[in-house]
Design a protein around this ligand. Structure first.
Ligand code: DHB
Ligand code: FE
Length: 272
């Protein structure tokens, strides 16, 4: 059956693509080089390697769609938690952990960090009980567990739930900057464009709660040299955080307090 929205999108896409081809006098050789790159990205994609997404992310497309989708007007001090791109490395069904558990297996000398805070209703400030905090990040070698045969399955991934006071608490690592995989078309394209492959140190989250709009986001470590030139264009100022040194805790050298603010479906109506 006909899909009017799809018809509109494909019509617009074809128009812009044709204009692009004409304006740049793209030759058949150039066109087939691009098709070959897309084909190779598809051929190497699987459950653990999302090369198509990588390719489009380094062209800023997910971050632009995120910006378009986001209902936040501007970045002001008091805003609901800003969204950021999902990226290609989320896995569903990460292990469920209890309050205060660590998602880290191994890496005894790494920068273990106590992260804690609340999940709040943005409009009322009320704590949200039983909200889910789904977290994932890379190991100190810059690899997600799904990219790294040395790590146990689902390492550095976990799901936590807030208590009645809206609080969550967990141990993770202070994140490490991360080069996107450069052994495929995305890396090849970056090389041809003379661009670096680095994402600044970041931790991914999906925060969800019944009756609230889920937030897909990331936080970024301010100290990272790539905070201003993320290869995937995902950094937003309100998501940049400062890790504090933590004394007297054998389980963690750093501490990060961070509150997430969600918009309820009810209140969301007034943000359009
Ligand atoms: C991308 C996102 C990530 O979070 C990451 O770790 C690597 C790549 C991306 O958007 O391409
Ligand atoms: Fe990432």
């Amino acid at each position: 059956k006909a899909n009017p929205r799809l018809k509109q999108l494909v019509g617009g896409l074809v128009q812009h693509l044709h204009d692009f081809l004409r304006e740049n006098e793209v030759t058949l050789d150039e066109y087939f080089a691009a098709i070959d790159m897309i084909n190779r990205a598809g051929q190497m994609s699987n459950a653990k390697r999302n090369e198509g997404q990588l390719l489009s992310d380094i062209l800023g497309m997910e971050s632009l769609c995120d910006e378009i989708t986001s209902t936040l007007a501007a970045e002001a001090a008091d805003q609901p938690t800003a969204t950021a791109i999902l990226g290609p490395f989320w896995r569903k069904d990460a292990p469920a952990y209890a309050m205060g558990d660590s998602i880290v297996k191994g890496f005894p000398d790494a920068d273990h960090t106590l992260m804690h805070g609340r999940v709040l209703d943005f409009d009322t400030g009320t704590p949200i009980a039983n909200a889910e905090v789904d977290i994932w990040h890379t190991a100190p070698n810059g690899l997600y567990e799904s990219q790294d045969p040395e790590q146990p399955d689902m390492n550095l991934r976990g799901r936590f739930h807030t208590g009645p006071d809206g609080r969550y608490s967990l141990y993770c690592l202070r994140p490490t900057k991360y080069p996107i995989p450069d052994d495929g078309p995305a890396g090849e394209l970056l090389g041809l464009l003379d661009r670096h492959p680095w994402r600044p140190a970041h931790i991914h989250f999906i925060i969800s709660a019944e009756g609230y709009k889920s937030v897909v986001t990331q936080i970024f470590d301010r100290r990272d040299e790539h905070i201003t030139d993320d290869v995937a264009f995902a950094v937003k100022e309100s998501l940049v955080v400062d890790f504090a040194p933590r004394q007297g805790d054998p389980k963690g050298k750093f501490e990060l307090e961070y509150d997430f603010k969600l918009v309820s479906f009810e209140a969301g109506k007034k943000y359009g």
